[in-house]
Design a protein around this ligand. Sequence first.
Ligand code: CAA
Length: 247
Amino acid sequence: MTNRIAVVTGATGGLGTAMCKALAAQGRAVVGTHLPGEEAQAKEWQAGLQQDGIEASVYPLDVTDFDGCKAFVAAVEKDLGPIDILVNNAGITNDAPLKRMQPEQWNQVINVNLTSMFNMCQQVFENMCERGFGRIVNISSLNGEKGQFGQCNYAATKAGIYGFTKSIAQEGARKGVTANSVSPGYIDTPMVRQVPEKVLNNIVAGIPVGHLGQPEDIARAVAYLTADEASFVTGTNMSVNGGQYMA
Ligand code: CAA
């Protein structure tokens, strides 16, 4: 593996941290993004990685801000060099049954989870094509595949990611740029721990392997799809969900 630059959005969360570690283990130069205003937590995160021997860069970024994404990519390319790997991991939930979902809840989740894909990919895609190498991984969800009570906003974004990813995979295919999605099931992260205990217990009871996944389960899928050798894998989705949904 070469010292290619890998950007992970929403890097400081449960999944993002595991992804950064896995990419660093592959010799990538890791750049993480965090929410503007969370500088102190980001510094702590960076120091935690340093203790594991990982020198990650970290930048504030609001992935819903198109111009901000453009400025971020320009800054990374100026400070460090070209971005060869992009993992669009930033995402949120804001659950409510349809009858109670507010337009703000809908729009916020669409912007953070789906519009961010466009905002980020457009900034790196042409340069990747020109250089003849790129690896894009968009983080979707089990609930984009099957839907979920209380998540019509979230599931719509995660299903939308499939169409987006397959389209840009076609656009990059002859240029050495792959695009794939990973669909985590219920993973032991702060996002999943927000689900009310009773609801979560029912969900876990429905996972064939009998337990939540670990962030490293997802990180390994990202590492595989971003490998230099994964050039023939594009436009696909990798489900990592303990057998909870088998397409
Ligand atoms: N199917 C059918 N009915 C259901 C149901 C389900 N899965 N879940 C709840 N209901 C029913 C309840 O039994 C209840 O019925 P009654 O009114 O007849 O009693 C009614 O719907 C209301 O349910 P709640 O009391 O739970 O309603 P609420 O407003 O308090 O909460 C909710 C609604 C916020 C959506 C809550 O149910 C919830 O948090 N659900 C979990 C959603 C979820 O899985 N989120 C995943 C977050 S993690 C993630 O997204 C990561 C990933 O990618 C996998």
